[in-house]
Structure formats: structure tokens, C-alpha cells
Design a protein around this ligand. Structure first.
Ligand SMILES: Nc1nc2c(ncn2[C@@H]2O[C@H](COP(=O)(O)OP(=O)(O)OP(=O)(O)O)[C@@H](O)[C@H]2O)c(=O)[nH]1
Ligand SMILES: [Mg+2]
Length: 264
């Protein structure tokens, strides 16, 4: 199963993460051009409870539950990020800079990642719901957030401010200015550029993951073989015990018969 998954997941994995209700599922829907928002469910409450994957052309989009919405959710997000090729960290711009829970998540990534810089290189920070914010406020929030990331990772980060709502409206009502203002096309362009830049490293990571899956399978197989060999040894011992007892019983019967015959 693990091997099947690893082989079948031959597309680029783009994982969406962020606090609950910050617009992750809405963003993925517009990236899929699903303006009915049917692919990934959206709501004003905690909606996404499990990681969900949807393949579209050569991309597998992964939606994750909101960070810290429930106890297990952070682990699910971490699992998804471990597998991910490119990350979209979605943050509702109308809430201001990164909140404590987001900072804690980023600090966990920094602490446990083999190469934290790789996480930053593979992540686009998406400021969502920009239709509800003033342009100056968006820029000020973005500056603060860049600084927050710099304090954790000591590096620069890539940001885009978008509006899934404006893009949907613009596309459905053929309002080109709204589509342009939504900035979704800029995000798509950034994703394409990142995909191209990371092409070699994505292939390398996929190979490493396949090797890991293979070696885990080989380990499991070896354990099974060892266990079977132990079972065989135990079985042979048991067979020998049964055989010895049987021979002993036969010998006893022969002796009894012999004694009885002689007495006749
Ligand atoms: N104004 C505005 N609202 C948006 C936008 N994108 C999403 N929303 C609203 O934000 C709310 C949450 O959206 P979701 O996409 O479900 O958010 P989520 O992050 O997937 O939420 P969980 O799955 O619960 O973690 C919904 O009411 C959306 O309609 C946007 O661009 N502009
Ligand atoms: Mg969701």
C-alpha cells in the first residue's frame, strides 16, 4: 500500500496549511477553477478535519485541517508537510500579523526539520481575503510577517496577497479588473516558477522518499522472514518432541506385547 501510494503520487504535491477558517479550502478551489466550491468544502466553522488530496493535471493539491483547531490536527498538517513538494501557508490578512499558534507551528517546523531553509524555499505565504482589507494595511501586515519569519528562520520569504472571493466573482461575471485585482494569477505564476526552480530537487526528494518506502518494506519483509524462521525452528523442535514421544510409546507397546507373548 505504501509503495503503491508512493508510485501513484507521481505529481507535484502542493499542500495548503494555515489556521482554521483562514481560507485554505477556498483558495484550493479557485486554483482548481472550481467556482462552485464543491471540491474542498468551505464553511465559517472548522470544516476540514482530515488531509484531503485532489489530483489536477500534474499537481496533487492537499487540503489540511486548521492548525490547532483540534489536538490531532497539527500532527496531520506536519505529516502532510513532510510529504509535500510545495507549501501554501494561508493567512487571513484581516486578522493582522501571524498569531501565536502560527508562530508556534513555524517554530516546530524550524526545530524538527532536517533542513529548515528547505521549508522556506518551498513555501509561498499567501495573504488571503484581501478584498476585505486596505492596500496600505496589507503591505504593513506583510512587512511585519516577513520580519516574524526572519526572526525564526533568519531568511527572506515569498508572499502573495490574494482574494479567492474576487477571483470567483470576476471569473463568473467576466470582470477582468476583479480577476486582476484578486492576484490569483500572480500566485499561479509564482507556483509555476517555484515548480520549475525546484524541479530537480522535487525529483530528488521523490527518489529519496521511494528509497525510504522500499527500504522500510525490505525491513518489514526481513522481519517477517526472521519471524517465520524462528517459527519454523520452534515447529521442528515440537515435531521432534512429538516424534520422540511417539517412538517411546511404540517401544513401550512392543515391550508389553513381547512380555505378554512370552508369558503365554
Ligand atoms: N471575503 C472573503 N472571504 C473569504 C475568502 N476566502 C474564503 N473566505 C471565507 O472564509 C471562510 C472560511 O473559508 P474556508 O476556505 O472554509 O477556510 P479554511 O481555512 O479551509 O477553514 P477550515 O477548513 O475550517 O480550516 C468562508 O466563509 C469563506 O467564504 C476571500 O477571499 N474573501
Ligand atoms: Mg478547509
Amino acid at each position: 500500500m505504501a509503495l503503491q501510494n508512493a508510485i501513484h503520487e507521481s505529481g507535484v504535491l502542493i499542500t495548503c496549511m494555515g489556521l482554521y477558517n483562514h481560507g485554505k479550502s477556498s483558495l484550493l478551489n479557485v486554483l482548481l477553477e472550481d467556482f462552485d466550491h464543491k471540491t474542498f468544502k468551505i464553511a465559517d466553522v472548522r470544516e476540514t478535519a482530515k488531509n484531503k488530496k485532489v489530483k489536477h493535471n500534474d499537481i496533487i493539491f492537499v487540503d489540511t485541517p486548521g492548525l490547532n483547531a483540534k489536538d490531532n490536527d497539527n500532527k496531520r498538517v506536519m505529516d502532510a508537510v513532510q510529504e509535500s513538494d510545495i507549501n501554501l501557508f494561508v493567512h487571513n490578512v484581516t486578522t493582522g500579523e501571524f498569531a501565536k499558534k502560527e508562530i508556534e507551528f513555524l517554530q516546530t517546523v524550524k526545530k524538527h526539520w532536517k533542513n529548515p531553509q528547505e521549508f522556506i524555499d518551498r513555501t509561498i505565504f499567501v495573504l488571503s481575503r484581501c478584498d476585505g482589507a486596505d492596500e496600505n494595511d496589507i503591505q504593513a501586515t506583510q512587512r511585519k510577517m516577513k520580519q516574524q519569519i526572519k526572526e525564526i528562520f533568519s531568511s527572506n520569504s515569498s508572499f502573495v496577497d490574494v482574494s479567492a472571493k474576487s477571483y470567483t466573482k470576476g471569473m463568473l461575471e467576466d470582470k477582468k479588473l476583479l480577476v486582476k485585482k484578486s492576484n490569483i494569477n500572480t500566485l499561479v505564476q509564482k507556483l509555476d516558477e517555484l515548480k520549475n526552480t525546484l524541479q530537480d530537487s522535487i525529483v530528488k526528494t521523490k527518489k529519496e522518499r521511494l528509497v525510504k518506502v522500499y527500504s522500510n518494506l525490505i525491513d518489514k519483509l526481513n522481519n517477517k522472514i526472521q519471524q517465520n524462521m524462528l517459527n519454523m525452528t520452534e515447529l521442528n523442535r515440537e515435531l521432534k518432541r512429538v516424534d520422540d514421544n511417539f517412538n517411546e510409546d511404540i517401544r513401550k507397546i512392543e515391550n508389553t506385547l513381547f512380555t505378554k507373548c512370552r508369558a503365554l
